[in-house]
Design a protein around this ligand. Structure first.
Ligand code: SAH
Length: 256
């Protein structure tokens, strides 16, 4: 018996209905290439393989590797599954074919995983991730609830909240509920004609001080008169808060 390691964010799914929902959300079908982060004991891996996908699974826990090798011996011999013992944060993935990222990820590196794969040169077509419910809600938030996180994600893809997953669907149960998050239509297209670096510089500055209005925050990186003119020209009210700014307006501020 192997005990779950808290330090590796191990909460193993036990609810097969949720496993199906994750795979359904990714529209997984035969011939797909799937990158899975943290296969754990293989419950999600098994469903992905059943649907005929080719799976590359990256697992950091050495103790789980022999267990997975045993469980999936046939699939590994047929090269339908490649199991790689590695930390996902050190793993460079750039396959020739398109791929989907589908995983019940360790929550302690949620932000790093999302950023790594959205910004990578070889992005997945879509991601289906189990994340903490509150994180999924923050990412899909609109109408005055935008954040650095939500705008960053929306610059690369279209996030959708698929469904809530109760803490009791895992062993051990995490402290909070989770959610299935889909990020679809991932690309770098939004950044055509603008600098990605400048976009994020403006975004970070804009959200730097929560209580200040956008104008006050952006004065740190723009000349005041120029900023005033720009905002006016684009029809952005001078007293707007960063939380109310739409993605397209951030882009406008970027244009030179
Ligand atoms: N997918 C499985 C396990 C989820 S728990 C299930 O749904 O049941 C998270 C998994 O990620 C664990 O197997 C853990 O060992 C693995 N993990 C944690 N940190 C990791 C990292 N940095 N790189 C790759 N895998 C990691």
């Amino acid at each position: 018996m192997i005990f779950a390691k808290k330090s590796l964010g191990q909460n193993f799914l036990t609810n097969t209905g949720i496993v199906s929902s994750i795979v359904d959300a990714g529209l997984v079908s035969s011939g797909d290439t799937i990158l899975e982060i943290g296969p754990g004991r293989g419950i999600l891996t098994e469903e992905l393989l059943k649907r005929g996908a080719r799976v590359i699974a990256i697992e950091k826990d050495a103790e789980l590797i022999p267990l997975l090798q045993e469980k999936f011996r046939d699939r590994m011999e047929k090269s339908q599954l490649s199991l790689i013992y590695e930390d996902i944060l050190n793993f460079n993935f750039s396959p020739k074919e398109p791929y989907k990222l589908i995983a019940n990820i360790p929550y302690y590196i949620t932000g790093l995983i999302i950023r790594k794969f959205l910004t990578s040169e070889k992005q997945p077509e879509k991601m289906v991730l189990l994340v903490q419910k509150e994180v999924a809600e923050r990412i899909i938030a609109q109408n005055g609830k935008e954040s650095l996180l939500s705008i960053s994600v929306k610059a690369y893809g279209t996030p959708t909240y698929i469904k809530t997953v109760k803490a009791g669907s895992f062993t051990p149960a995490p402290k909070v509920d989770s959610a299935i998050l889909l990020i679809d239509s991932i690309s770098h297209d939004f950044f055509k004609g603008i600098s990605e670096e400048r976009f994020f510089k403006i975004l970070h500055a804009g959200f730097a001080h929560k209580r200040k209005q956008l104008f006050g925050n952006l004065k740190a990186i723009f000349k005041e008169t120029e900023l005033k003119e720009r905002m006016k020209g684009f029809g952005i009210p001078e007293n707007i808060r960063a939380e109310d700014m739409l993605l397209e307006n951030w882009k406008k501020l970027c244009e030179v």
